[in-house]
Design a protein around this ligand. Sequence first.
Ligand SMILES: Cc1cc2nc3c(=O)[nH]c(=O)nc-3n(C[C@H](O)[C@H](O)[C@H](O)COP(=O)(O)O)c2cc1C
Length: 332
Amino acid sequence: MIRPWLWLPARVSHALSGLGIEAAAWFNLESRISQNIEWQPLNWKGLQFKNPLGTAGGLDKNAEHVEAWQKLGAGFIEIGTVTPLPQKGNPGTVIDRNLKQLAVWNKLGFPSKGSDYVLNQIQKLTHKTPLFVNIGKNRNTSIENAGDDYVFLTEKFRKVADALVVNISSPNTPGLRNLAQVTNLEGWLGRVIQTAGSTPVLLKLSPDMEPQDFKETVLLSVREGISGFILTNTTLSRTPDLSFPIEGGVSGLPLKQKSLLALDQVQSILGSQRSSLLIISCGGVMTADDVFDRLKKGADLVQTYSALIFNGPGFLKDVARIWKMLNPRKLD
Ligand SMILES: Cc1cc2nc3c(=O)[nH]c(=O)nc-3n(C[C@H](O)[C@H](O)[C@H](O)COP(=O)(O)O)c2cc1C
């Protein structure tokens, strides 16, 4: 398959990606898509997921391509990270990729058009696919006041989001990952969950946490009433064959083992408490086999970002097609 966006420098192809997604959705024949996007439905808290493969946080930061992702066959769509106020991303080179290692590096740092803009975007939609809103603090908000940003965003989006994703795991906002320590989280996570009311709140965690910290954070979140986890965000670790800068997060194939480990860890920590929680596996899901493997290993849903960069937006539909070949009787 020809993938012309891979001939362009990463930053150019990233800048053009919105256009590409809209074009892909436009050119794809509706009939061809709708035949195979319903492949393994899931009902959770009244939400209908026609298939378990969704788009990860960061792909559509300002909710500008929701309908296109829906047409392209996403089982659910996560928009954001949205910050309370508009802010620019980090300066300089902020995105790169390694075609051989199937790795993506970014230090975008939450460029966001802000919560007013994103709320307005969502209010214009007539979406049917479950929509998750990923929220994060502004860069200039201190760690001590971070909880107020998350409560503000929860209040703002709880009525339009099918679920909220609390992002405390991006490596590109200084201090953000410290929020995952229980001493920093216990002051405000409960407030977020209470403010959300009946809207489920999920926590997106880093793959770089020490096992004991990971365990304490998971258990605290459950005590506070969290509805599930997204595992994981990008990693600060580097395999020897990668020459990306030391700052910034890596995603794609090099993240796969860490993400699998987190999926395993969370289930053994939760034990019998796992059942009603939604576990979403994200990180290094590069092929259809990876998607099926995450489901087999206990994930309720799966997300991808990097596979869409390397394979293009047709990846979602390709997975559905392969599922159909493997499980002909499970589809109508
Ligand atoms: C360019 C880029 C931007 C991202 N932006 C966000 C973001 O704004 N919020 C977030 O929670 N995750 C963000 N992520 C992380 C992804 O949602 C995902 O957790 C990570 O890329 C691992 O999945 P993958 O291996 O399928 O790419 C971003 C990832 C990339 C590559």
